[in-house]
Design a protein around this ligand. Structure first.
Ligand SMILES: [Mg+2]
Length: 199
C-alpha cells in the first residue's frame, strides 16, 4: 500500500495531554463541589456549544461559572480552565519529521480559551498545512463535514489520508468516510503505526 499523502492528527491526548479529572478536581475545589458533580454539570449543552464556536471566551466563562454556581473573573478562570494541559513532548519530534513529507492537518474538537492557551505552547502547529479547530470552523467530530473539510484542506481523497485520534468513536467515523483511521495510544505505538504506513 502506498504511504498516505496526508496525515490528519487530533490534538487532545495526541499532541497535548488533557487531564480532565484534574480539571474537574480544581474547578470543584474552587466551586465547593465534588469533581464528579463538576463533570456532570459541565457535560451539558455548553461544552458542545463551546466546541462549535457558539461561545467566545467570555461566553465560556459565563456558562461554566453559571453551571458551577461560582463567579470567577476571567483573570482567574482562563488559567484554571487550561490548567490540565501538558504538552506531549515525546510525540513532537515524530510529527515534526512529517513536515514537508506529507500534508499535515490538525483536526480538533476544542474551544476558544483552550485554543488561545495552546497555540503559543505548540509552535509546531505553525508548520502544519492546515489547523482546523472546531470552534473556529463550526464543525465538530464525528460529523462528516468536519472530516470532509480536512480532506479539502489536505487536497486529497479519503483513502490518501491517515487519521489519528485517541477516541475510537472518531476513528470509526473517519473509517466510515474512507479515511485510513488509526487509534492513537502513545508515542512508541504512533512511531510504529507511521512506519507501517511507510512514513
Ligand atoms: Mg483527543
Amino acid at each position: 500500500m502506498t504511504p498516505p499523502r496526508a496525515v490528519i492528527l487530533d490534538l487532545g491526548n495526541v499532541l497535548v495531554f488533557h487531564d480532565n479529572a484534574l480539571l474537574f478536581l480544581r474547578l470543584g475545589a474552587r466551586a465547593g463541589l465534588p469533581p464528579q458533580e463538576v463533570a456532570q454539570r459541565l457535560t451539558g449543552a455548553g461544552w458542545t456549544a463551546a466546541n462549535r464556536g457558539l461561545l467566545d471566551a467570555e461566553g465560556i466563562r459565563r456558562e461554566v461559572c453559571g453551571a458551577l454556581g461560582v463567579e470567577l473573573p476571567m483573570a482567574e478562570f482562563a488559567p484554571l480552565w487550561s490548567s490540565h494541559f501538558t504538552v506531549h513532548e515525546a510525540v513532537l519530534p515524530r510529527v515534526e519529521g512529517l513536515v514537508g513529507r506529507v500534508t499535515l492537518v490538525l483536526l480538533s474538537n476544542t474551544n476558544a480559551l483552550h485554543v488561545a492557551y495552546l497555540r503559543p505552547r505548540l509552535p509546531l502547529l505553525q508548520r502544519f498545512d492546515a489547523v482546523l479547530m472546531s470552534c473556529e470552523v463550526g464543525h465538530v467530530k464525528p460529523e462528516p463535514a468536519f472530516f470532509q473539510l480536512a480532506l479539502e484542506r489536505a487536497g486529497c481523497a479519503p483513502h490518501e489520508a491517515a487519521f489519528f485520534d485517541d477516541l475510537p468513536e472518531y476513528v470509526e467515523a473517519a473509517n466510515a468516510l474512507g479515511l485510513r483511521g488509526h487509534l492513537f495510544t502513545d508515542a512508541p505505538a504512533f512511531d510504529a503505526q507511521l512506519t507501517a504506513l511507510g512514513l
